[in-house]
Design a protein around this ligand. Structure first.
Ligand code: GLN
Length: 557
């Protein structure tokens, strides 16, 4: 029952990008340590239906879910629907920390809410009424949350609101939260995450920005129960006291969230400050007896964090790509590399190579132990990416190409070893004489953008005696996809096989190539059309990333 569930709302203050997603996931983690079934909803107040149409440099990477959701903005019976599997990158953080899979309906955008409101009005759902933000829009928001907690029988649903308090576009969501608090006062807890800057000039942490953002929250009718202060160093005692006094929050509920070497340590730090107990007191939760699981067990988590902290040998990975204006564009890849490396005692040093026309690619790659060729869309930087794959082949550098990276590895191979100088993907050159990468058949009829790519988890059939099989040790796996184009197998002739390229997996019907690799013993080079990084977890790294890092370590030594 929705009414049995507890709701933990997480808002942000002062500025965005202070790791509210990590905090939300870590609050979930301390609840998991106590045996509770939790899940997370992320609210994104922008008007896009989903983040799939956003440039990664605007909003970070798109996370891909296992399922594809048919979002019906009006009613279940209505014919209108939109496919959603591309969701906010915070879901990657939630999945990695909590070890749970979330349905795409957990990412609520203003676009979805307003579309539902307006289309329902046209269907006569509000006949006779003036349709208004309150109560019509807020009801739709509340129902989306209640549906999730009911369907999934959760103990606690965490709801993170994107942006910062005071943003015009998120205020309607905060209003919905206020109403839930009014209706279910004993089942809701409000956590406010703020920034506590350190002033070098006065040698002090400053509480003023937090005071202001709490005031803003209070003016919307919301009183935080807990404040989590993001800062360079742990919050000093006097600063906790000051924040407590001005924010009307008990001192023990002002929690430090300092810079950490290993982000997975944050739940432990929260636990040490009593955060789990405070939340349980506030919403009257009694810890459950739990069956043992390596994901939700506190001591196992501590052991894992120790492993990450000890992993300090360096393996340097070059990542040529084009979305480097912000650090989050390839976050799941960065994390997957870290997981795989840590499990082998290493820490990856990621060398992001932002390809421009004058980049000296050879020089940039010359000190790398491995190359990861990144996913992407469109023409910019493509020749540099192809050159990077060629460089890997010439110098036998371990190489993993992901999606676009795999397609461009194939282009590089065809140009270099098959003499097809103008080989290309039709995404880049629609008139290429050798369309070695071309539109998927299912995509030929599609004109609309947004949720129209080949998305979500798909079955993959792996060929024996391949590097892919060696990594997964299974003939059938599921991994997640997000693409329109694919590698055309008809160019893998006898001659091409002689030169060393093979298909290592396909889809069930055999008409889509899911991965390629070099069939050589002295060079590890693999390209996957799928994105294994989305399923990599800190305690369970992705098998293909594991073998890639293994090859990098070997070649380094
Ligand atoms: N642009 C390519 C395609 O659509 C690759 C996409 C990706 O890297 N995710 O197929």
């Amino acid at each position: 029952m929705a009414m049995d569930c507890k709701y933990c709302f997480v808002t942000g203050g002062v500025m965005s990008g202070i790791g509210k997603g990590v905090v939300t996931a870590c609050i979930g983690k301390v609840l998991q340590f106590r045996g509770f079934k939790v899940s997370v909803v992320k609210i994104d107040p922008y008007l896009n239906i989903d983040p799939g149409t956003l440039n990664p440099t605007e909003h970070g990477e798109c996370f891909i879910t296992e399922d594809v959701w048919e979002f019906k903005p009006v009613f279940e019976s209505d014919e209108r629907s939109y496919r959603i599997s591309e969701i906010d990158q915070d879901f990657g953080t939630y999945s990695r920390i909590l070890g749970i899979e979330m349905h795409p309906s957990h990412n609520i955008t203003s676009g979805q809410i307003y579309l539902s409101t307006i289309l329902r009005e046209r269907k006569g759902k509000f006949l006779g009424k003036t349709v208004q933000l309150i109560p019509h829009v807020t009801d739709i928001i509340k129902n989306r949350l209640f549906e999730i907690s009911e369907k999934e029988e959760l103990d606690v649903l965490l709801i993170e609101c994107g942006g910062t308090v005071g943003d015009l576009e998120s205020s309607i969501f905060l209003e919905a939260f206020r109403q839930i608090k009014l209706e279910y006062p004993k089942q809701t807890v409000f956590v406010h995450v703020t920034l506590v800057p350190y002033s070098k000039a006065v040698g002090q942490q400053k509480s003023k920005p937090t005071q202001h953002s709490v005031k803003m929250l209070q003016s919307l009718g919301l009183q935080p129960d807990i404040i989590i202060g993001r800062s360079e160093f742990p919050l000093a005692k006097d600063i906790k006291r000051k924040i407590s006094l001005y924010s009307n929050v008990p001192e023990r509920a002002v929690i430090s969230n300092p810079d950490l070497e290993v982000v997975y340590e944050l739940p432990i730090l929260f636990e040490e400050q009593g955060l789990g107990d405070i939340i349980c007191e506030l919403i009257d939760l009694k810890a459950k007896l739990v069956s043992y699981s390596e994901v939700t067990n506190y001591s196992e988590w501590v052991k894992m964090v120790e492993m990450y902290k000890k992993a300090n040998k360096i393996v340097r990975i070059g990542m040529p790509g084009k979305y480097f204006n912000i650090s989050d564009s390839y976050i799941s890849i960065n994390e997957a590399l870290e997981h795989a490396a840590a499990h082998q005692g290493y820490r990856p040093e990621l060398k992001m190579i932002n390809l421009a026309e004058d980049t000296d690619i050879e020089k940039e790659l010359s000190d790398c132990d491995g190359i990861l060729l990144t996913p992407g869309f469109g023409e910019r930087a493509v020749e540099g990416m192809i050159r990077s794959a060629e460089y890997a082949m010439e110098n036998k550098i371990p190489f993993l190409g992901i999606c676009f990276g795999a397609q461009l590895f194939y282009v590089a191979f065809c140009r270099k070893y098959l003499g097809l100088k103008k080989a290309n993907s039709t995404e880049i050159d629609p008139n290429t004489p050798y369309p070695v990468v071309d539109l998927l058949k299912s995509q030929e009829v599609i004109t609309e953008k947004g949720g129209t790519m080949r998305l979500g988890a798909q079955k993959i059939i792996i060929q024996l005696n391949t590097k892919l099989f060696e990594a997964y040790k299974e003939k059938e796996i599921y991994e997640r996809f997000r693409h329109r184009y694919h590698i055309k197998e008809r160019f893998i002739t006898e001659e091409a096989k002689q030169k060393g390229i093979i298909v290592s997996s396909r889809n069930e019907t055999g008409d889509i190539v899911n991965s390629i690799e070099l069939n050589r013993t002295d060079h590890w080079m693999v390209g996957t059309q799928f994105h294994p990084e989305f399923k990599s977890r800190p305690y369970n790294p992705s098998p293909i990333y594991m073998d890639f890092i293994k090859a990098c370590i070997k070649s380094k030594d």
